[in-house]
Design a protein around this ligand. Structure first.
Ligand SMILES: NC(=O)c1ccc[n+]([C@@H]2O[C@H](COP(=O)([O-])OP(=O)(O)OC[C@H]3O[C@@H](n4cnc5c(N)ncnc54)[C@H](OP(=O)(O)O)[C@@H]3O)[C@@H](O)[C@H]2O)c1
Length: 337
């Protein structure tokens, strides 16, 4: 085993502190010897943009403590060097979540170094590029779908709601659920993206107010048997009382904040289950199972519709868009094609 890490100059998007709260973003030349001294060094081919990356890039201390910093919670690439016996130069790997892109330099750089325990070997049936079209957003959507499927809810049981439907997690949830035969109701605030959501397979597209105007009622008419909620806050407050008997709500996002105001009634009168989705620290066995599904039976039928491709220089503009809630679908970041 070669223990000497190669010294390579590479490009990375770097966020630097500017003023009290802000950051500036620029693409800089860095050197691999300055990466953390972890066992595996990977040449990143693709990354993707997630909401958390935008928080890290904009100086959110809940995500990233120290700057200058390279965000990017997602990376797919090829092992360049490994002191971990399980991996060797040339292996194709996926790394998402753990601390990548938070306080460990992330996938918006051409090289990353991290512990071998974070690696998911690229499953057969998926290319590096396809893995990052999904990325953490796709993984999270699939994990949410698994929570619903594991409760025995099948397409015949009723509609499935997806909130924040044009976002990264939401758009993949819509596409995946509809590929699996579910009747998807997509919730969006973007009036001009209804056609996009129909194209992904939603049978019905509704405005956010269609769901939230009914808030403050403990229990309402049953409109769906399951939901994937990427928004949280008052959206989740409104989703729970409209979920049918023995339904499941998989909650993963906090776009509208972390506070949940609900009553006990959806739970004790309808047996509704509220399931959390934690892509960051879920068990490796679950992680591998979900990536295997995304490479196999749950492989997205038409991922072209779901993503746009950008390079490192184009990322700051995309980060601004996701922060403002204006992103549609997935943003794939190509570092080496
Ligand atoms: N738990 C986990 O493991 C996990 C993993 C990944 C992401 N997340 C979380 O999931 C959420 C979504 O992530 P993402 O990467 O998909 O982000 P995203 O691409 O920015 O999507 C968020 C979507 O939320 C909707 N939205 C924005 N502002 C809103 C508002 N004021 N009211 C209601 N809806 C609003 C928008 O969809 P419409 O315009 O279509 O309504 C937007 O596209 C984030 O909170 C993220 O941190 C959690």
């Amino acid at each position: 085993m070669n223990t000497v890490k190669p010294e390579i100059t590479y490009r990375a998007l770097v966020a630097r502190k500017k003023g009290a709260d802000g950051t500036s973003l620029s693409v800089e030349n860095l050197i691999t010897k300055d990466l953390p001294d972890h066992d595996v060094l990977v040449r990143v081919h693709y990354s993707s943009l997630n909401y958390k990356d935008a928080l890290s890039a904009s100086g959110n201390p809940g995500v990233t403590k120290n700057y200058p910093h390279t965000p990017g919670v997602d990376a797919a690439g090829v092992v360049e060097h490994s002191r971990d016996d399980r991996f060797k130069k040339g292996d194709e790997v996926i790394v998402t979540s753990y601390d990548l892109g938070q306080n460990t330099p992330g996938g918006f750089g051409e090289y990353i170094a991290f512990p071998g325990d974070w690696i998911v070997p690229l499953p057969k049936g998926l290319t590096l590029k396809e893995s990052m079209i999904a990325g953490t957003a796709g993984f999270t959507a699939a994990y949410g779908v698994k929570k619903i499927v594991d409760q025995g809810i099948s397409p015949a049981d009723g509609n499935v709601l997806v909130t924040g439907a044009t976002g990264g997690v939401g758009s993949i949830a819509v596409a995946l659920l509809s590929d699996l035969g579910y009747n998807v109701i997509a919730v969006t605030g973007k009036k001009d993206e209804h056609a996009f959501l129909k194209e992904l397979g939603a049978v019905e597209v509704v405005d956010r107010e269609n769901i939230t105007k009914v808030k403050d009622h403990p229990l309402l008419g049953s409109r769906w048997i399951a939901a994937i909620d990427t928004v949280g806050g008052s959206m989740l407050d409104s989703v729970l009382p409209q979920t049918a008997h023995n339904g499941v709500v998989a909650c993963c996002g906090n776009v509208l904040g972390g506070k949940l105001e609900t009553s006990i009634y959806p739970f004790i009168l309808r047996g509704v289950g509220l399931m959390g989705v934690d892509s960051g620290i879920c068990l490796m066995e679950d992680r591998i199972e979900i990536w295997d599904k995304l490479a196999g039976l749950w492989k997205l039928k038409d991922s072209k519709k779901l993503h746009r491709e950008v390079n490192l220089d184009e990322l700051p503009e995309e980060i601004e868009k996701i922060l403002n809630g204006n992103q549609v679908g997935r943003v794939l970041v190509t570092l080496l094609d």
